[in-house]
Design a protein around this ligand. Structure first.
Ligand code: TXA
Ligand code: MG
Length: 330
């Protein structure tokens, strides 16, 4: 963009301008979240790009705005430990860490409760869920206003540095977010530490704003580091992502005998047992349905799932990435 007065005005017009935090703007932000919108908000670590964690289409908008080529699971932000316990199963160690560090820059990955009303896209189909109670008055007030858990990755375009000021968010997302709450600079500037307590022994999935030593001190034992252990490569790669038992056959026009069918778009002759990611070919809807549909077809007992092609544009890239990895030989 040329640095002319005219050019500057045009850029500004495309940006969602950060708004000061008032009772009114918080109420509006909460309403936007409930209605499926995207609201960027400050936390003590970095700014988050928030959406209703219960609604798949709202969570899909996060991936779309960030340009994430993959559905990495996201953190659900809660206003209290009690609310977190409604979504995840807390072991004694999880309780100890929540008691010591919440509200604060620690994220706990625990087993997801069966009855947790959360979008499958938030957890990328995993049986675990990442939970955090941020230590930031504005973040907590927003979560309470919204009345739902808020899914929020760092508010930066995928691959760029995290945003620690409202202006960074505006520069990255322009009009792609519905509102940016301006809470001044984030204090920590680095993301939360992530500890998984969902399997055998605590694992540090991401080093972050809480020192590993301090976590180990509370646990009374050492953390396994992701990357040093068996098969764990990076945060979000733990336990691999949900992998169906059934084989996937991609780019299919129709199912063969014995195959379940995952359609996309207006499928003319849909056999019984077909699930459609989005009859209207809406990629947000398809993303929201992806994990639930895969799981349902997998549970139907079919040995293979034929999948119709999904366009490679926008969220289609992340959908296809997931489908290709699910189809890869195991
Ligand atoms: O400080 C923070 O944590 C910020 C603020 C906004 O809260 N959020 C943040 O979110 O950094 P994000 O999406 O950039 O990073 C979340 C990380 C990802 O690496 C993801 O793979 C991991 O958490 N994660 C989420 N759920 C998981 C799960 N069930 N199992 C393993 N890793 C998980
Ligand atoms: Mg990030």
């Amino acid at each position: 963009m040329r640095n002319t007065p005219n050019g500057r005005r045009m850029t500004a017009a495309l940006r969602a301008t950060p708004v000061p935090v008032t009772a009114g703007s918080l109420a509006e932000a909460g309403r936007l979240i409930r209605a499926g919108g995207l609201v960027a908000f400050p936390t003590e670590t970095v700014y988050g790009l928030g959406a209703n964690a219960r609604e798949g289409r709202a969570v899909a908008r996060i991936y779309e705005a960030k340009g994430r080529p993959r559905f990495n699971p996201l953190i659900a932000h809660l206003a209290s430990v009690d609310d977190a316990r409604k979504l995840g199963i807390f072991s004694a160690e999880a309780e100890a860490l929540a008691g010591a560090f919440w509200p604060g820059p620690l994220t706990l990955v625990v087993r997801r409760r069966e009855d947790a009303a959360l979008s499958d896209l938030l957890t990328a189909g995993l049986p675990t869920v990442a939970l955090r109670v941020p230590a930031h008055d504005i973040a907590l007030a927003l979560i309470r206003e919204a009345g739902v858990p808020i899914a929020a990755p760092s508010a930066n375009i995928s691959g760029r540095v995290s945003a620690t000021r409202a202006g960074h968010v505006a520069a990255d997302f322009g009009a792609a977010v519905d509102m940016i709450l301006d809470g001044g600079p984030s204090m920590a500037g680095v993301e939360s530490s992530i500890v998984a307590l969902a399997g055998d022994g605590p694992v540090l999935l991401r080093a972050g704003a809480v020192a590993a030593e301090d976590i180990e001190c509370v646990l009374g034992r050492s953390l396994r580091r992701a990357g040093s252990g068996a098969g764990i490569q990076a945060p979000g790669m733990l336990q691999s992502h949900y992998a169906p038992c059934a084989l996937l056959r991609l780019d299919a026009d129709a199912p063969r005998p014995g195959e379940a069918f995952l359609a996309f778009g207006p499928a003319s002759a849909a056999p019984v047992g077909t699930l459609n990611l989005s009859p209207s070919a809406d990629l947000r809807e398809a993303a929201a349905n992806l994990f639930a549909h895969l799981r349902a077809l997998d549970n139907s007992g079919a040995s293979a799932i034929a999948v119709m092609p999904v366009p490679e544009t926008g969220l289609g890239e992340a959908i296809n990435d997931r489908l290709r990895r699910a189809a890869a030989p195991r």
